[in-house]
Design a protein around this ligand. Sequence first.
Ligand code: SF4
Length: 78
Amino acid sequence: TYTIAEPCVDVLDKACIEECPVDCIYEGNRMLYIQPDECVDCGACEPVCPVEAIFYEDDVPDEWSEYVTANIDFFNEV
Ligand code: SF4
């Protein structure tokens, strides 16, 4: 799955939402989140993010690794 990291916080540009073919990017209070069970790993969202907040799960920088969990938890809480 792809995941959204810290650069999205308080930005919420939403260009990625327009690109996602399966509509699996959802809006939270301060950032957007990718539903990991729905993401088809197409990568379409990554290049359109103006703040480069989107990474394939294996490529998330170490300092933002907690965002992988945050993306999963966001959908488990609802
Ligand atoms: Fe949507 Fe593709 Fe991005 Fe996954 S990788 S969130 S399916 S645009």
